[in-house]
Every structure is written in C-alpha cells, then in structure tokens.
Write a new protein. Structure first.
Length: 495
C-alpha cells in the first residue's frame, strides 16, 4: 500500500530551535517500510512543497496525519481536505489527535484516530481496510459506528524491542537540525516511551497508560553514529517523557562514543529525584550529557500535591547545584495558571524559580488536555466541554498563548510573569554556564529559519517573531505593580 505520512505545519512555533521531528512518524515510517509498504514522509514544517503536488505525484492509498503540537491542527484540517477530495482514507495520530479523538472523527476531519502508539495499530487498520473492516478489533481506534464516534479500549501494543532502526534517510535530515546549547546541529530522538508517574496535567496518563518502556539502546546509538558520520550531527535531545538511564546504559553510551570516535552530546527531560548521586552526574557528563530539562512545574506544595508531583524544594535546589557542579546545563520548566491556582501559590512558584541557579526558566500556561485527571476535574467543576474547543478553535492554541484561564489569577498577571522569565532567560548570564550567550545564539539561529519556504511564510514568521518579542518587552517592563505583586526581580544581577 502507498502510505503518505504527514506532519502538519505548526507555523512560527516550529520554525526555530524548538522544531522536533515527530518521533512517532519516523518510527512508523521505518516500520511500514520494513513490512513492505511504499512510504513517503511529508514533514510540512521543513518541506515547503505544495500539498497538492505531493498528493498528485505520490497518489497515496492511505494518509496518516501526525499531530504532536496543538498548533498543527489548522494545517492538519487543510491536508485532510485534500484526502477527502480524493476519497483516500485518513487517520490522525499522536497526542493531540488522541486527546480530541471523538470530536475529530465526529466532525468529519478524519475517518479514524489512533489513540496511543501508532505502529502496530496502523498495521492492524491497514489489514482491516483491505479485509473484513472489523474496526472494533483494533485497540485504541476511534471511528464511526452506527452514526456515533466510538473508541476501543486502548493498549500499548507497539513492541519497541522489535521495531527496526529509524531510517533517517527517508527525510531531508539536514533541514531538521537546529542549534542548541553545546551543539550547532541538534536532532530530537528517543530512548523510551511513556512515564511511570501519573502527573494530573500530563498526557502520559491517557496516551501511554503511565507505562515506561525502552527502545534497544544499540538501535539509538547506531542511528546516532550514522547521523554524525554522514551529516555531522552534533547533539541529540532525547524527547523521552522521562529520560531514565541506568548506570549500565550510561557506561554503554560512554564506551560507544569512545570506541567509535564520536563527539555527539546529549540531554533530555528528567526529574530532580532520579539522579541523586554527584558521581552519577559526573559520569553522565563524561558520557556526553550536557543538559537536562527539569519538570519543576510549581513552587506551591498545595498545587504540587494536587497535580500528583510531590517533590521537596530542597531536593530540587540540590539537584540543580549538583548539575551545575558537573557542568550540566539545566532548563527549569514551570506551569502557571493551574485550575483554581491563587496569586499566593504563583508567588511561591516565582520565589522557587528565582532561588534556583538554573540556566533557563521556561514558563508555560496550563493547557487543559482532554482525558487527563485535571481536565476531568475542570469538566466536573465548570461549564467547559470538549465540543466547545472545536467550536472556538482553541484546539489550535499554541503553548505560548493563553486561550483559557482556569485559575484565580488575571490573564495580564500570568502574561507578565511568563514574559519576565522569558526575558530573564534571553539575557541570562549565569557565571558557571559552559556556553556564554547560548540563548542569544539560539535566537540568531532561529531567525535564519524564518526565511525558509515561500515569501508569505517568511513574512508571517518574521511578523510573528517581532510581535512575540515586542509582547515580551511590553509585559516585562510596563507593569511594575504586577511585578512587585509577585516578587519579580532581575536575578541576573546576582553576584
């Protein structure tokens, strides 16, 4: 079968250093190719060909649309309409599609939605499309039955141990590299899927059933070796929900780098309670680890308890200091605007963030993801409904926007707090940083990508970037009373 796998464009959000190749689309493409299908990957974030030309030249028999960010929804609808015109079956995949699966199918935007992992379920769907059309036998599939959208019980049945190595030559991988701290050509890859924890705001609970499973590390290292030797790959950002490496795996990475003469560096998202031993952190540094993304989220013990992420502030602070001593850059991720969150609780978050010796402060607004525990809480305590998301188009909101505020804090206050920490990160001068001015360098590299594509795309990207930067400046410096209210200070002036 001729299968067209599409990653929709997400606009400005995906044009710069945040651009990740959807890991699921590459694993699925490689797997489908290995079992004999004719596969084409069309990543509209870096491939600016007109969709009509791609459809006409490839003439697909099945179209699969992968939606990792909410901002890709608008373009997903666009490319789906081309499939509908050609009466080609369309299946949507990945987290955003899974979260809104019933509404997406009921609205006619897709014939099917796969909730959970894609590979094995897509294979089963193809078999049923070519056979008995018994869609009820496919775990986690959403489809129309008797005029209504139904979803089969989900199961994570993609055996990662038997998935083939990812064939990165199926895409123009050079277009996917981005500058990142400590390297000029970074690519997103992964060593595992899922997370054993059950944070109330996270998609992990509904998408992976809070299960953590590993890919064979030898596959990952083999892919990295090929990419470094052929394309000059300099760094890998492991997009695991939780980077959880054993001492043996750290040793394996170190030995592989040394024996093959490789220089790639790496990092990923982890928790402050995973790697407690300074010796382990130093060993990770020697194996090439240069950064961690830490999901700190909040400084309020009450909020932390409510979201199911108990962790002491002392532990977090100690871990950040240990990483700094080991030469590992730390990015602290925070969420503001949790349901029912109060100004006092946000002040606690600001105080915690300001006390930590982080290299970067990544503040985001809380976004309600359907089928997660906190989303269910909102539904039970307000008039918020899933269908209203589609009607108001807030399904297409970006992580940077504030489309729905469920907290007790004014929108303006949240925007000031986020903008201030964006500015602090942009101008960060942490004396222990291994790379000075890393975020200014990233901004310059991001600007280079704004010119990609046609003139209209370039103009839109430049306009959005200028608007975003101006917004940060205005909210950072034009509301001194709000800054005082939450204790926002220029921590970059610390000696």
């Amino acid at each position: 079968m001729k299968i067209l796998l599409i990653q929709p464009s997400a606009g400005f959000l995906m044009r710069g250093t945040t651009y990740p190749v959807c890991r699921s689309i590459m694993t699925t493409a490689s797997y489908m190719k290995s079992i004999g299908h004719n596969v084409l990957v069309f990543d509209r974030c870096v491939d600016f060909r007109k969709a009509e030309k791609v459809f006409n030249s490839f003439n697909p028999e099945l179209v699969a649309v992968f939606m990792p960010p909410t901002a890709s929804f608008k373009d997903a609808v666009k490319v789906t309409s081309l499939s509908k015109e050609r009466t080609v079956p369309v299946v949507w995949c990945e987290v955003v599609a899974a979260a809104f699966s019933e509404a997406i199918v009921a609205s006619g935007n897709a014939d099917f939605v796969i909730t959970g992992e894609t590979e094995s379920k897509l294979e089963s769907l193809i078999n049923q499309l070519c056979g008995e059309k018994n869609f009820g036998s496919i775990p986690g599939l959403t489809y129309i039955k008797d005029g209504k959208a139904v979803t089969n019980k989900n199961a994570n049945n993609s055996p990662l141990g038997t998935m083939p190595e990812i064939d990165w030559e199926m895409i123009d991988v050079e277009k996917c590299f981005r500058r990142f701290p400590h390297c000029k050509k970074m690519l997103y890859m992964y060593t595992s899927r899922g997370c054993p924890h059950k944070c109330g705001y996270c998609y992990n609970t509904m998408f992976y059933n809070s299960q953590h499973r590993k890919r064979p590390l030898r596959y990952v290292l083999s892919e990295i070796e090929k990419l470094e030797k052929k394309h000059g790959l300099g760094g890998v950002n492991f997009s695991d929900e939780l980077l959880l490496l054993s001492d043996e795996e750290i040793d394996e990475i170190a030995a592989f780098r040394k024996s093959n003469g490789l220089n790639f560096v790496w990092g990923g998202e982890t928790r402050a309670d995973i790697y407690k031993d300074p010796q382990t952190l130093r060993k990770m540094y020697d194996a090439g680890c240069r950064w961690f993304m830490l999901g700190i989220e909040t400084g309020s013990h009450e909020t932390r308890k409510r979201i199911g992420k108990p962790m002491s502030h002392e532990l977090i602070g100690e871990f950040v200091d240990k990483c700094t001593d080991a030469g590992i850059t730390t990015f602290g991720s925070f969420i503001i605007g949790f349901p029912g969150e109060t100004p006092e609780q946000v002040r606690e978050t600001v105080a915690l963030a300001s006390s930590l010796n982080l290299d970067a402060f990544l503040f985001n607004y809380y976004i309600a993801i359907p089928k997660t525990p906190l989303y269910n809480f909102i539904k039970e305590n307000s008039n918020y409904h899933l269908n209203e998301l589609l009607d108001t188009s807030s399904i297409a909101q970006e992580i940077q926007s504030l489309s729905n505020n469920y907290s007790d804090i004014p929108d303006k206050d949240l925007k000031v707090i986020k903008s201030w920490f964006d500015w602090i990160t942009f101008t960060r001068r942490k004396k222990e940083s291994a790379e000075k001015g890393m975020f200014i360098k990233k901004a310059i590299d991001t600007a280079k990508h704004f010119a990609e594509g046609n003139i209209r795309n370039s103009v839109n990207n430049i306009y959005t970037a200028a608007k975003t930067f101006l917004t940060v400046i205005i909210y950072s410096f034009c509301f001194p009373k709000i800054k005082k209210k939450y204790g926002l200070k220029n921590i970059n002036r610390k000696k």
